[in-house]
Design a protein around this ligand. Structure first.
Ligand SMILES: Nc1ncnc2c1ncn2[C@@H]1O[C@H](COP(=O)(O)OP(=O)(O)O)[C@@H](O)[C@H]1O
Ligand SMILES: [Mg+2]
Length: 247
Protein backbone atom coordinates (compact mmCIF):
# COMPACT_ATOMS: atom_id res chain seq x y z
CA UNK A 1 0.00 0.00 0.00
CA UNK A 2 1.40 3.42 -0.87
CA UNK A 3 1.72 6.14 1.74
CA UNK A 4 -0.96 8.81 1.79
CA UNK A 5 0.10 12.29 2.85
CA UNK A 6 -2.66 14.19 4.66
CA UNK A 7 -2.49 17.96 4.84
CA UNK A 8 -4.75 20.06 7.10
CA UNK A 9 -5.14 23.61 5.79
CA UNK A 10 -5.74 25.57 8.96
CA UNK A 11 -5.56 29.11 10.32
CA UNK A 12 -5.92 30.64 13.74
CA UNK A 13 -8.38 33.19 12.33
CA UNK A 14 -10.96 33.17 9.54
CA UNK A 15 -10.78 34.77 6.12
CA UNK A 16 -7.06 34.24 5.54
CA UNK A 17 -7.47 32.28 2.28
CA UNK A 18 -7.52 28.68 3.57
CA UNK A 19 -10.18 27.50 1.15
CA UNK A 20 -8.56 29.28 -1.81
CA UNK A 21 -5.22 27.64 -0.99
CA UNK A 22 -6.79 24.21 -0.30
CA UNK A 23 -8.75 24.09 -3.58
CA UNK A 24 -5.96 25.46 -5.78
CA UNK A 25 -3.28 23.30 -4.18
CA UNK A 26 -5.40 20.13 -4.43
CA UNK A 27 -6.08 20.78 -8.11
CA UNK A 28 -2.41 21.58 -8.77
CA UNK A 29 -1.37 18.23 -7.28
CA UNK A 30 -4.00 16.39 -9.35
CA UNK A 31 -2.96 18.21 -12.53
CA UNK A 32 0.59 17.05 -11.84
CA UNK A 33 -0.64 13.44 -11.80
CA UNK A 34 -1.12 12.78 -8.08
CA UNK A 35 -4.26 11.04 -6.87
CA UNK A 36 -5.90 13.62 -4.64
CA UNK A 37 -8.88 13.82 -2.31
CA UNK A 38 -10.07 17.26 -1.16
CA UNK A 39 -12.35 17.32 1.88
CA UNK A 40 -14.27 20.32 3.15
CA UNK A 41 -13.98 19.83 6.90
CA UNK A 42 -15.14 23.37 7.67
CA UNK A 43 -18.56 22.21 8.82
CA UNK A 44 -19.29 25.58 10.39
CA UNK A 45 -18.85 27.42 7.13
CA UNK A 46 -19.08 25.02 4.18
CA UNK A 47 -17.27 26.41 1.20
CA UNK A 48 -15.53 23.90 -1.03
CA UNK A 49 -18.10 24.54 -3.70
CA UNK A 50 -17.16 25.57 -7.13
CA UNK A 51 -18.95 25.48 -10.46
CA UNK A 52 -16.27 23.15 -11.81
CA UNK A 53 -16.79 20.50 -9.15
CA UNK A 54 -19.34 17.69 -9.60
CA UNK A 55 -22.71 17.71 -7.87
CA UNK A 56 -23.30 15.59 -4.79
CA UNK A 57 -25.89 15.36 -2.04
CA UNK A 58 -23.71 13.24 0.23
CA UNK A 59 -21.90 15.03 3.06
CA UNK A 60 -18.81 14.57 5.21
CA UNK A 61 -21.13 15.36 8.14
CA UNK A 62 -22.60 11.86 7.70
CA UNK A 63 -19.16 10.30 8.15
CA UNK A 64 -18.66 12.04 11.49
CA UNK A 65 -22.21 11.02 12.48
CA UNK A 66 -21.39 7.33 11.73
CA UNK A 67 -24.01 7.16 8.95
CA UNK A 68 -21.74 6.75 5.93
CA UNK A 69 -18.18 5.83 5.12
CA UNK A 70 -15.88 8.08 3.17
CA UNK A 71 -16.10 6.03 -0.03
CA UNK A 72 -19.85 6.71 -0.16
CA UNK A 73 -19.35 10.46 0.23
CA UNK A 74 -16.53 11.50 -2.10
CA UNK A 75 -17.27 12.19 -5.77
CA UNK A 76 -15.03 12.01 -8.82
CA UNK A 77 -14.11 15.43 -10.19
CA UNK A 78 -11.17 14.33 -12.34
CA UNK A 79 -13.01 14.93 -15.62
CA UNK A 80 -14.40 18.26 -14.40
CA UNK A 81 -10.94 19.71 -13.82
CA UNK A 82 -9.24 17.67 -16.55
CA UNK A 83 -6.60 16.28 -14.22
CA UNK A 84 -4.05 13.64 -14.99
CA UNK A 85 -4.36 12.10 -11.53
CA UNK A 86 -7.68 11.19 -9.98
CA UNK A 87 -9.35 14.02 -8.12
CA UNK A 88 -12.14 13.40 -5.58
CA UNK A 89 -14.06 15.88 -3.45
CA UNK A 90 -16.08 15.52 -0.25
CA UNK A 91 -18.43 18.36 0.65
CA UNK A 92 -19.78 19.53 3.97
CA UNK A 93 -23.49 20.15 4.22
CA UNK A 94 -24.37 23.82 3.54
CA UNK A 95 -27.88 23.45 4.93
CA UNK A 96 -28.45 25.86 7.81
CA UNK A 97 -29.87 23.14 10.07
CA UNK A 98 -26.77 20.96 9.48
CA UNK A 99 -24.49 23.87 10.37
CA UNK A 100 -26.46 24.58 13.53
CA UNK A 101 -26.61 20.94 14.52
CA UNK A 102 -22.86 20.63 14.19
CA UNK A 103 -22.27 23.70 16.36
CA UNK A 104 -24.00 22.05 19.30
CA UNK A 105 -21.94 18.84 19.46
CA UNK A 106 -20.38 17.87 22.79
CA UNK A 107 -16.91 16.52 23.61
CA UNK A 108 -17.99 12.88 23.44
CA UNK A 109 -19.30 13.43 19.90
CA UNK A 110 -16.06 15.22 18.98
CA UNK A 111 -13.94 12.38 20.28
CA UNK A 112 -15.99 9.80 18.31
CA UNK A 113 -15.75 12.06 15.26
CA UNK A 114 -11.96 11.96 15.52
CA UNK A 115 -12.07 8.15 15.38
CA UNK A 116 -14.19 8.37 12.22
CA UNK A 117 -11.71 10.82 10.69
CA UNK A 118 -8.81 8.48 11.37
CA UNK A 119 -10.80 5.56 9.93
CA UNK A 120 -11.54 7.67 6.83
CA UNK A 121 -7.87 8.47 6.45
CA UNK A 122 -7.03 4.74 6.49
CA UNK A 123 -9.76 4.04 3.93
CA UNK A 124 -8.41 6.75 1.63
CA UNK A 125 -4.99 5.16 1.92
CA UNK A 126 -6.50 1.79 0.94
CA UNK A 127 -8.12 3.51 -2.06
CA UNK A 128 -4.63 4.55 -3.15
CA UNK A 129 -4.75 8.33 -2.77
CA UNK A 130 -1.36 10.06 -2.72
CA UNK A 131 -2.59 13.22 -1.08
CA UNK A 132 -5.57 14.16 1.08
CA UNK A 133 -6.19 17.85 1.68
CA UNK A 134 -8.60 18.84 4.45
CA UNK A 135 -9.89 22.39 4.59
CA UNK A 136 -10.62 23.24 8.23
CA UNK A 137 -12.53 25.69 10.39
CA UNK A 138 -10.39 28.49 11.77
CA UNK A 139 -9.50 28.66 15.45
CA UNK A 140 -8.36 26.31 18.16
CA UNK A 141 -11.52 24.49 19.24
CA UNK A 142 -12.13 20.73 18.89
CA UNK A 143 -13.54 20.92 15.38
CA UNK A 144 -10.22 22.25 14.07
CA UNK A 145 -8.02 20.25 16.45
CA UNK A 146 -9.63 16.98 15.30
CA UNK A 147 -8.73 17.64 11.68
CA UNK A 148 -5.19 18.62 12.64
CA UNK A 149 -4.94 15.47 14.79
CA UNK A 150 -5.97 13.29 11.84
CA UNK A 151 -3.43 14.89 9.48
CA UNK A 152 0.30 14.41 8.86
CA UNK A 153 1.08 18.03 8.20
CA UNK A 154 -0.46 21.43 8.88
CA UNK A 155 -0.40 24.24 6.39
CA UNK A 156 -1.14 27.37 8.37
CA UNK A 157 -2.49 30.16 6.17
CA UNK A 158 -2.09 33.58 7.79
CA UNK A 159 -2.29 37.23 6.88
CA UNK A 160 1.02 38.88 7.65
CA UNK A 161 0.27 41.40 10.38
CA UNK A 162 1.43 41.76 13.96
CA UNK A 163 -2.07 40.98 15.23
CA UNK A 164 -1.90 37.51 13.70
CA UNK A 165 1.36 36.72 15.48
CA UNK A 166 -0.43 36.16 18.81
CA UNK A 167 -2.89 33.77 17.18
CA UNK A 168 -0.08 31.88 15.47
CA UNK A 169 1.57 31.24 18.83
CA UNK A 170 -1.75 30.05 20.27
CA UNK A 171 -2.26 27.54 17.46
CA UNK A 172 1.32 26.26 17.67
CA UNK A 173 1.39 25.98 21.47
CA UNK A 174 -2.23 24.90 21.86
CA UNK A 175 -2.61 22.39 19.01
CA UNK A 176 0.33 21.61 16.72
CA UNK A 177 3.05 21.10 19.35
CA UNK A 178 0.93 19.00 21.79
CA UNK A 179 -0.17 16.83 18.85
CA UNK A 180 3.40 16.62 17.51
CA UNK A 181 2.45 17.96 14.07
CA UNK A 182 4.86 19.37 11.54
CA UNK A 183 3.74 22.71 10.24
CA UNK A 184 4.55 25.25 7.52
CA UNK A 185 3.23 28.78 7.13
CA UNK A 186 1.72 30.43 4.06
CA UNK A 187 1.67 34.20 4.35
CA UNK A 188 -1.26 35.18 2.16
CA UNK A 189 -2.59 38.54 0.95
CA UNK A 190 0.77 40.21 1.52
CA UNK A 191 0.93 43.90 0.74
CA UNK A 192 3.46 44.48 -2.07
CA UNK A 193 4.37 40.80 -1.67
CA UNK A 194 6.18 41.60 1.57
CA UNK A 195 6.88 38.83 4.07
CA UNK A 196 6.92 39.24 7.84
CA UNK A 197 8.65 35.87 8.29
CA UNK A 198 5.98 35.18 10.87
CA UNK A 199 7.01 31.67 11.83
CA UNK A 200 10.68 32.40 12.39
CA UNK A 201 10.19 33.26 16.04
CA UNK A 202 8.59 29.87 16.68
CA UNK A 203 10.82 27.73 14.48
CA UNK A 204 8.09 27.21 11.86
CA UNK A 205 9.18 27.76 8.24
CA UNK A 206 7.41 30.24 5.97
CA UNK A 207 6.89 28.13 2.84
CA UNK A 208 5.35 30.77 0.66
CA UNK A 209 4.50 34.46 0.53
CA UNK A 210 1.49 35.15 -1.68
CA UNK A 211 0.77 38.76 -2.66
CA UNK A 212 -2.66 40.28 -2.30
CA UNK A 213 -4.21 40.16 -5.76
CA UNK A 214 -7.38 42.06 -6.65
CA UNK A 215 -8.33 39.49 -9.26
CA UNK A 216 -8.24 36.66 -6.74
CA UNK A 217 -10.35 38.69 -4.35
CA UNK A 218 -12.85 39.60 -7.10
CA UNK A 219 -13.23 36.02 -8.33
CA UNK A 220 -13.55 34.60 -4.82
CA UNK A 221 -13.84 30.84 -4.90
CA UNK A 222 -15.62 30.83 -8.26
CA UNK A 223 -12.39 30.43 -10.21
CA UNK A 224 -9.78 27.74 -9.73
CA UNK A 225 -6.70 29.55 -10.92
CA UNK A 226 -4.43 26.48 -11.07
CA UNK A 227 -6.96 24.86 -13.45
CA UNK A 228 -8.33 27.79 -15.40
CA UNK A 229 -5.30 30.07 -15.55
CA UNK A 230 -2.13 28.09 -14.77
CA UNK A 231 0.17 31.00 -15.70
CA UNK A 232 -1.55 33.49 -13.36
CA UNK A 233 0.71 34.78 -10.53
CA UNK A 234 -1.62 33.14 -7.96
CA UNK A 235 -1.19 29.76 -9.70
CA UNK A 236 2.58 30.26 -9.81
CA UNK A 237 2.57 31.02 -6.08
CA UNK A 238 0.58 27.83 -5.40
CA UNK A 239 3.01 25.84 -7.59
CA UNK A 240 5.94 27.20 -5.59
CA UNK A 241 4.13 26.28 -2.39
CA UNK A 242 3.56 22.77 -3.73
CA UNK A 243 7.27 22.49 -4.42
CA UNK A 244 8.17 23.55 -0.89
CA UNK A 245 6.03 20.97 0.94
CA UNK A 246 8.29 18.00 1.63
CA UNK A 247 6.61 14.69 2.15
N1 LIG B 1 -3.85 36.21 -2.34
C1 LIG B 1 -5.07 36.74 -2.31
N2 LIG B 1 -5.30 37.99 -2.76
C2 LIG B 1 -6.53 38.55 -2.73
N3 LIG B 1 -7.63 37.93 -2.25
C3 LIG B 1 -7.48 36.68 -1.77
C4 LIG B 1 -6.21 36.00 -1.78
N4 LIG B 1 -6.38 34.77 -1.24
C5 LIG B 1 -7.69 34.68 -0.93
N5 LIG B 1 -8.36 35.81 -1.24
C6 LIG B 1 -9.79 36.12 -1.07
O1 LIG B 1 -10.07 36.24 0.32
C7 LIG B 1 -11.38 35.80 0.61
C8 LIG B 1 -11.35 34.75 1.70
O2 LIG B 1 -10.70 33.60 1.19
P1 LIG B 1 -11.09 32.13 1.65
O3 LIG B 1 -10.21 31.22 0.88
O4 LIG B 1 -12.55 31.90 1.58
O5 LIG B 1 -10.61 32.21 3.18
P2 LIG B 1 -10.92 31.24 4.42
O6 LIG B 1 -11.21 29.89 3.88
O7 LIG B 1 -9.67 31.28 5.25
O8 LIG B 1 -12.10 31.85 5.13
C9 LIG B 1 -11.95 35.28 -0.71
O9 LIG B 1 -12.75 36.27 -1.28
C10 LIG B 1 -10.71 35.03 -1.56
O10 LIG B 1 -10.97 35.20 -2.94
MG1 LIG C 1 -12.82 28.61 4.19
Amino acid sequence: MKDTFTIAVHSPRGGTGKTSVAINLACAYAKEGRDVCLLDMDLKSPSTFNGMFPYSDKWVNDILDHKKNIQEVIVDGSKSIGSEGSFYVGYSNPDISAIREFSSKDRKWQSDALKELIRSKKNLQKEGFDIVIMDTSPGVDFTSANVVAASDYVLMVVKPNEYCLKNIKQAIDGIYTPLGKKCGIVENMCLNGQSLQMGEKYGVPVLSTIPCMCEVSMQGLSKIFTVEEPSHPFSSAIDRLKGSINY
